[in-house]
Design a protein around this ligand. Structure first.
Ligand SMILES: *Cc1c(COP(=O)(O)O)cnc(C)c1O
Length: 430
C-alpha cells in the first residue's frame, strides 16, 4: 500500500483524510521520493530550498533515501548531528525516557533537567546557571531579554540600558529579536521594521565596536566563530578585546555558541580556546545529539534577573530532550571526542591546503576542530550539486564557502572518502 493512495476515512468535519496510523505503522511497500515530494508540493509551505531526495534512515555519518541510496553526510543535521545519525547512547536514553515521562511543565522539578544544568555548568569556567528552551533563536531571545533585564535602571540618571552591539555577517536566528541581532540585510528583507536597539560592527573590528557603545548600551553579542557568515575565526585578541570593552563600560558579553558549542571545535565551548570569560552563552543545535533543545548559561549575578514571570518556554528542558543531551555529553566524554574533533579539523585542513595548488578556486581554508570552511573565489553552489551527484552531503554558506560540520565520530576512512569526492567536485569547477 502506498501512503498517498490510502483509502480515506471521514471522521472530521466535512473532510476526508488519510489515516495517520498507516504512516507510522508497518508498511508493506515503501513510498518513493517523488511521491513524498508531490505531497510536499500540495501540503507543505515552500519556504525551504530542498534537494529532491527523501531521507529515511541514518547511522553515524551515513544516511539513506527511500530508494535505498546511501549518502556520506559531512553536514549531519545542519550541525545538530554532532554524533552523527542515531547515536547509540542518545537513542537508548530517549527510548528509556519516552516510556517513563515525555513532558511535564516547568511548574515541576524533573531530575534530568537538573542533571543537565549541572553537567553543562561544570564544563563552563564561569559557574553558569541554565535556562532551557528548544532552539537557537529562542536561546538568543532569552539572552537578549536577560541582557535588557540586567540593564534596567543602570543607565545615566537611572535610565534603562537596552542597546546591544552585534557583528556584521552574524547569524543569531529567525524570530524578531534574534533576527534584529542578525546583521545580514538579506534576512531582514520584507519583514521590517526590526526591533530597536541593535547596532552592528564589522566582525573583528574592536574600534568599530567601541565607537558604537553609548550610555544606553548593555551588551555585546558575538559568535566566537561565525558559522552561517562563512566560518570566520576571530582575529587574535578580538574576543579578549571585547571582554575588556565589557569590563570598561559595564556591559555583558553574550557569546552565541549555538553552532560552536558542545565540543564541536574541540573544547566544550569554543570560547575556551581563548582567554575570555563570557557573561552569557547560548546553545542549541548539537546539545542533545539531534533532539531539539536550546538554552543559555549565565553568570549567577546576571542569571538572577530572570525571575518568575519574566520568561518561559513550555517545552523548555523537557525530560526527553534533557535525557538526550545527557547521553550526548556522556558519549563525547566516553569516546574522547573533544580530542577527536581537533584531529578531524587537522585532517580536513591538511587535505584542502594540499589541494590549493591543484585547485586555483580555493582561496583559504578556515577550520577549528570539526568546523571547517573552504573559502572559494567563486560560487560554491555547483560544488554542493556535484557532491550530491556523488552521494556526498556538504553545505555552502555565504555564497562562496563550502562548510563541513562532520560528526565527531566520523571514521578516518569516511574522512578520506569525503575528501576524495570533494576533491573531484572542486576540480570539476570551471
Ligand atoms: C543555527 C544558529 C542559530 C539559530 O538556531 P535555530 O535553532 O535555527 O533557531 C543561532 N545562532 C547560530 C550561531 C546558529 O548557527
Amino acid at each position: 500500500m502506498v501512503w498517498t493512495n490510502r483509502s480515506p476515512h471521514t471522521p472530521c468535519a466535512g473532510g476526508r483524510h488519510t489515516k495517520c496510523a498507516d504512516y507510522y505503522g508497518v508498511r508493506t511497500q515503501q513510498v518513493t521520493s517523488s511521491e513524498v515530494i508531490s505531497t510536499f508540493s500540495r501540503y507543505v509551505i515552500g519556504n525551504y530550498t530542498r534537494y529532491p531526495v527523501c531521507l529515511t534512515r541514518g547511522e553515524g555519518s551515513y544516511v539513506w533515501d527511500t530508494e535505498g541510496n546511501r549518502y556520506l553526510d559531512l553536514f549531519p543535521g545542519w550541525g545538530c548531528g554532532l554524533l552523527g545519525h542515531c547515536p547509540e547512547r542518545v537513542v537508548k536514553a530517549v527510548q528509556d525516557q519516552v516510556a517513563r515521562l515525555i513532558h511535564v511543565p516547568n511548574t515541576w522539578y524533573t531530575e534530568s533537567q537538573g542533571a543537565l544544568a549541572k553537567a553543562l555548568s561544570e564544563r563552563t569556567t564561569f559557574d553558569g546557571r541554565a535556562f532551557f528552551c528548544n532552539s537557537g533563536t529562542e536561546a538568543n531571545e532569552a539572552a537578549i531579554k536577560l541582557a535588557r533585564l540586567n540593564g534596567q535602571g543602570t543607565g545615566a540618571n537611572g535610565a534603562d540600558r537596552y542597546k546591544i552591539v552585534t557583528m556584521l555577517n552574524s547569524f543569531h536566528g529567525r524570530t524578531m529579536g534574534s533576527l534584529s541581532a542578525t546583521a545580514q540585510p538579506k534576512y531582514h528583507q520584507g519583514v521590517g521594521p526590526m526591533l530597536p536597539g541593535f547596532q552592528y560592527a564589522p566582525f573583528g573590528d574592536l574600534d568599530a565596536v567601541s565607537k558604537l557603545i553609548d550610555s544606553q548600551t548593555i551588551a555585546l553579542m558575538v559568535e566566537p566563530i561565525q558559522g552561517e557568515g562563512g566560518v570566520n575565526l576571530p582575529p587574535n585578541g578580538y574576543l579578549e578585546g571585547l571582554r575588556e570593552l565589557c569590563d570598561r563600560y559595564k556591559l555583558l558579553l553574550i557569546l552565541d555558541e549555538v553552532q560552536t558549542g558542545m565540543g564541536r571545535t574541540g573544547k566544550w565551548y569554543t570560547h575556551q580556546h581563548w582567554n575570555v570569560k563570557p557573561d552569557i552563552i547560548t546553545l542549541a543545535k548539537a546539545v542533545a545529539g539531534g533532539v531539539a533543545l536550546g538554552g543559555l548559561l549565565a553568570r549567577p549575578e546576571v542569571a538572577e534577573k530572570l525571575k518568575p514571570g519574566t520568561h518561559a518556554a513550555t517545552f523548555g528542558g523537557n525530560p526527553l530532550a534533557c535525557a538526550a543531551a545527557l547521553a550526548t555529553i556522556e558519549t563525547i566524554e566516553a569516546d574522547n571526542l573533544l580530542e577527536r574533533a581537533i584531529r578531524i579539523g587537522r585532517t580536513f585542513s591538511n587535505h584542502f591546503e594540499a589541494l590549493k595548488s591543484k585547485c586555483p578556486h580555493i582561496r583559504e581554508v578556515r577550520a577549528k576542530g570539526a568546523m571547517i570552511g573552504v573559502q572559494l573565489a567563486v560560487d560554491g553552489t555547483p560544488v554542493v550539486t556535484e557532491c550530491l551527484k556523488r552521494k556526498l552531503l556538504v553545505n555552502c554558506t555565504h555564497q562562496t564557502v563550502i562548510r563541513l560540520l562532520p560528526a565527531l565520530n566520523i571514521t578516518d576512512e569516511q574522512i578520506a572518502e569525503g575528501c576524495s569526492v570533494l576533491e573531484e567536485a572542486l576540480l570539476s569547477l570551471k
